[in-house]
Design a binder for this molecule. Sequence first.
Ligand SMILES: [Zn+2]
Length: 128
Amino acid sequence: MLTKAELNKFKRILEEKRVELERVVSNRDAITIEKSADALDEVQHAAERELAIRNLDRDSRLLRNVRLALRRIGEGSFGTCLHCEEEISPKRLNAVPQTPYCIRCQEAADRHEFEANETMEDLLLNAA
Ligand SMILES: [Zn+2]
């Protein structure tokens, strides 16, 4: 079980993430279409735009998980896996506090053994 102090720590971390992600997600300037006469430039812009869209998509899902995790803190269910209802290890929570799943369920979700809405960003965060 998580102590009150630990919960407060995660809450603070998640609140910071939420503010940061809300700022990033609301800033869609990177996606505005830039017209260029140069064909090579066009290709370059298209690639940059695609990357920006992918990042925005990832950040939007991450923000969703952060908001859900904050709600679970409020409800007192934070730190419990949404799928198997076992406790999520403190090590995992420290690495990815917004995760809804324990490592076993996350791996199962990554193998598509059940429907999960969080996969890529978790892998990216674990890799970082
Ligand atoms: Zn689980």
